[in-house]
Write a protein that binds this ligand. Structure first.
Ligand code: UD1
Ligand code: CA
Length: 447
């Protein structure tokens, strides 16, 4: 069996944050979810996340029972963190994959290559490495100068500052261990006086005791980078955003100015959709095929069907079925639901309301807590007066009604099927089907 240990107990002091480091987001997804999902895809049978007494509640809230947890009682370093998982995993697995909770860019390909090579060669320890310029705080692989270039150990950056500016082979913090060997040798790298225990010291232990250790350089130097502070968070997010855009472009999405477009990790986009400059697709959003989104649209946690147009507009927790268009400069707030063929023009705000198929609102106005029937025409300036200072109240406009410009629908109120309101009407009572209501407050008159 192959087990995984994700190290996530560190204090993340360098983030200077009240939020635990591994819960900071990269492209809309918590750092810690990257290795959890990666190990899941790599076929790791059991995943143990090492947490601290301080962050365990927050981490457990994020991951629930999708993983197992080990609590590291004191921050004694990365070797101490692995030791905390021994209680759960000792005697359970043949191999152990270890990865940091702050390494979101590691790829499936590299992890599978690391595991495959480790198992084939029968090593004690395999390390994923990468050649990086300006490696700052990362541990460096040290190799002998012979033809084999055997790994001698890992030197932490603090002990190797003269190589800081140069390209060096660094340790990604992803390792595959022979489990028995790991548990036997962990005690040898306990915390020394005045310094944390380094898991990385196991590389030298393996080299010295004749055990076999190897470092496999990645083809993609970006993936070995970790997040220790917010400068690195931004740098890694930039890399990940580029990867996400390239993924969707290769899937058939046109992005005319890629660097200005942000697509979160949880977003899906259909073929032949065009993303115009300065567009942000965030959170759990899906965009259908054949759409045009942007310029300058922000779509968060929303679903947009096929063949829609979202021009310079903001959507949050909203749904657009197929063939809907909106904008420029309109705002769908939580609970807005536009059925197919709805047209929303400029300066319209919709909240907690459903527009049935074919309903139209071309110009400025506010629709909240309302149900708008099929083929209704909402005139310019229509407002649902949905709040009386105490409660939110509903407006209903039945199918085929025609709401004149500047109508105030003072909720609760129902406009019957096929009814008409005059320009500037203030509707305080229900209007029966097919009737005409005019005036302030509106009176129902013959048509
Ligand atoms: C570590 C490696 C370094 C490597 C880098 C890759 C060591 C000593 N150094 O350095 O060689 O290049 O990762 O990103 O391992 N953690 C715990 N408990 C602790 C301390 C840390 O769980 O007591 C966790 C942290 O939450 C983090 C991970 O282990 O997710 C790595 O710790 P961190 O302090 O970030 O190590 P680096 O200095 O980045
Ligand atoms: Ca780190």
């Amino acid at each position: 069996m192959l087990a995984g240990i994700i190290l996530a107990a560190g204090e993340g002091t360098r983030m200077k944050s009240r939020t635990p480091k591994v819960l900071h987001c990269l492209c809309g997804k918590e750092l810690l979810r990257y290795p959890v999902e990666l190990l899941g895809r790599a076929g790791v049978d059991r995943i143990v996340v090492v947490v601290s007494p301080a962050n365990q509640d927050a981490v457990k809230e994020l991951l629930g029972d999708t993983v197992e947890y080990a609590v590291q009682p004191a921050m004694t370093g990365t070797a101490g963190a692995v030791k905390a998982a021994a209680g759960i995993l000792k005697g359970q697995a043949q191999q152990i994959l270890v990865i940091g909770g702050d390494s979101p860019l590691v790829t499936d390909e590299s992890v599978l290559r690391l595991i495959g090579g480790h198992q084939e060669e029968g090593r004690q320890m395999s390390i994923l490495s990468g050649i990086v310029e300006g490696s700052r705080g990362m541990g460096r692989i040290s190799r002998d100068q012979g033809s084999q270039q055997n790994v001698l150990g890992i030197v932490e950056a603090v002990d190797d500052t003269e190589r800081d500016g140069q390209p060096v082979e660094v340790n990604s913090g992803v390792y595959c261990f022979e489990a028995e060997w790991l548990w036997e040798n962990l005690a040898k790298v306990d915390a020394g006086s005045g310094r944390e225990s380094y898991l990385t010291d196991l590389a030298a232990v393996a080299a010295e005791t004749g055990g076999s250790v190897a470092a496999l350089p990645s083809n993609d130097p970006d993936e070995v980078l970790g997040v220790n502070n917010r400068v690195e968070l931004a740098r890694l997010e930039d890399i990940q955003r580029r990867r996400i855009r390239e993924h969707w472009m290769l899937e058939g999405v046109t992005i005319s100015d890629p660097s200005s477009v942000m697509i979160d990790a949880g977003v899906t986009i259909g073929q032949d959709t065009v993303l115009l400059p300065n567009t942000m697709l965030l959170g759990n959003t899906s965009i259908g095929s054949g759409c045009e989104v942007g310029p300058g649209s922000v779509v968060k946690d929303s679903s947009v069907g096929d063949n829609c147009r979202v021009t310079s507009s903001a959507l949050e927790e909203a749904v657009m079925e197929a063939g809907v268009d909106i904008g420029p400069f309109s705002h769908l707030r939580p609970g807005a639901y536009l059925e197919s063929g709805v047209h929303i023009g400029n300066y319209v705000e919709v909240k907690e309301s459903r527009f049935a198929a074919g309903a139209v609102m071309g110009h400025f106005g506010y629709v909240g807590d309302a149900s708008i029937g099929a083929n209704v025409n909402m005139g310019a300036g229509t407002v649902t007066c949905n709040y009386d200072g105490k409660d939110k109240l509903r407006s209903v406009v039945e199918r085929d009604a025609f709401i004149g410009c500047d109508t105030m629908l003072v909720a609760p109120v129902t406009i019957g099927e096929g009814a008409v309101t005059g320009a500037g009407a203030v509707i305080t009572k229900d209007v029966p089907p097919a009737r005409l209501a005019v005036g302030v407050p509106a009176k129902i008159v013959d048509r």
